[in-house]
Design a protein around this ligand. Structure first.
Ligand code: ZN
Length: 330
């Protein structure tokens, strides 16, 4: 098979898995659940030079992930190893060249293509771009747009740039330019200059268009919610429900830039940043109210949030906790 045929086969294998899963369009793929549901042993270890391992002995298959790497890379590695499994490859030891770099090895090329197609399928990418108001066929994407897409899909910034290029959503020149931006700088831009408490955590950009969405996030992620607020009218956004989330920043930015004086009654942006501090299900509800006793309620903004943690012990190593009972019964 030539390169194109190998990639085509891997894309089809990913589409087959997705058809079976039938995920929410544009949402994150629950890759660790997918692996467990297939009866593959899943473990998290501080692997030395390796990012991941796929082993198959007879009918028994296992995947080990390097737990010391960022969660986005762990997800991508898991999808890569699942690719080796789904495509019928033999056992593989994968370092970062196999997972992330351009390769001529047919099996690695296929596993890479499978991982990208599974976590960032064309349908998923287009659905997210449309939600943000882009033309999905010809989006004009900035580094900030690409970063936000990577967060939504739960992949690294670099992996998102590569896949957008492969899908023809950005030109080679744009990919090069966007690739040079540092994700940490973009996170700080989203947080109004503040560094996230954990520099590895993802920062979600949320606007009125996200009202009533269901989000699957990682514990430690920061949610940067920006909502229009007209202070002169006497209405302010306030937190109504936010269990499981910690408010880490609260600021107001007037509408006009320093160059033009603000208009009376101009609409500014209220920026509230919250961090998820525990796994589980929660509802975030913000209310636009007159901040006095018996004041009017003008609007609400709600998010239905599932905050997830790695299915592993506190030590960050060992077999997936969901498989402990299965292991003891064996
Ligand atoms: Zn591999």
């Amino acid at each position: 098979m030539n390169r194109r045929q190998l990639q085509r086969e891997a894309v089809l294998a990913a589409e087959y898995v997705l058809a079976d899963l039938d995920p929410e369009p544009g949402g994150r793929i629950p890759i660790f659940d997918l692996i467990e549901d297939r009866g593959i042993w899943l473990s998290f270890q501080p692997l030395d030079q390796l990012l991941g391992v796929y082993q198959r002995v007879g009918d028994v298959a296992g995947i080990a992930i390097n737990a010391a790497r960022p969660i986005t890379l762990q997800r991508f590695t898991a999808a890569h190893e699942l690719g080796h499994h789904e495509l019928g490859h033999r056992s593989h030891l994968d370092d970062s060249r196999n997972i992330e770099a351009a390769t001529s090895d047919p099996n690695e090329l296929q596993a890479q293509t499978f991982a990208a197609s599974l976590l960032m399928s064309e349908m998923s990418v287009e659905s997210r771009l449309e939600h943000r108001g882009h033309d999905p066929d010809r989006p004009q994407l900035t580094a900030l747009d690409v970063y936000c897409l990577s967060v939504e899909l739960g992949v690294s910034y670099q992996a998102a740039v590569t896949q957008l290029r492969n899908l023809g959503k950005i030109t080679a020149a744009a990919a090069q330019r966007i690739y040079k931006r540092k994700p940490l700088e973009i996170k700080q831009q989203l947080l109004g200059g503040r560094r996230p408490d954990n520099v590895r955590a993802s920062v979600w950009r949320l606007t009125p268009a996200d009202n009533e969405r269901h989000l699957v996030i990682d514990v430690g992620d920061e949610l940067a919610v920006g909502l229009p607020e007209m202070r002169s009218a006497g209405y302010e956004w306030g937190l109504h429900r936010s269990s499981g989330l910690t408010l880490v920043d609260d600021r107001y930015e007037p509408a006009a830039s320093a160059a033009e004086p603000p208009l009376i009654g101009g609409v500014g942006t209220r920026g509230l940043t919250l961090r998820s501090h525990r796994p589980g299900h929660t509802t975030l509800e913000l209310q636009l109210v007159q901040p006095w006793e018996g004041g009017d309620l003008a609007d609400t903004f709600t998010l239905d949030i599932t905050s997830t943690a790695l299915p592993v012990s506190e030590l960050g190593r060992g077999i997936s906790v969901n498989q402990h009972a299965q292991l003891l019964a064996a």
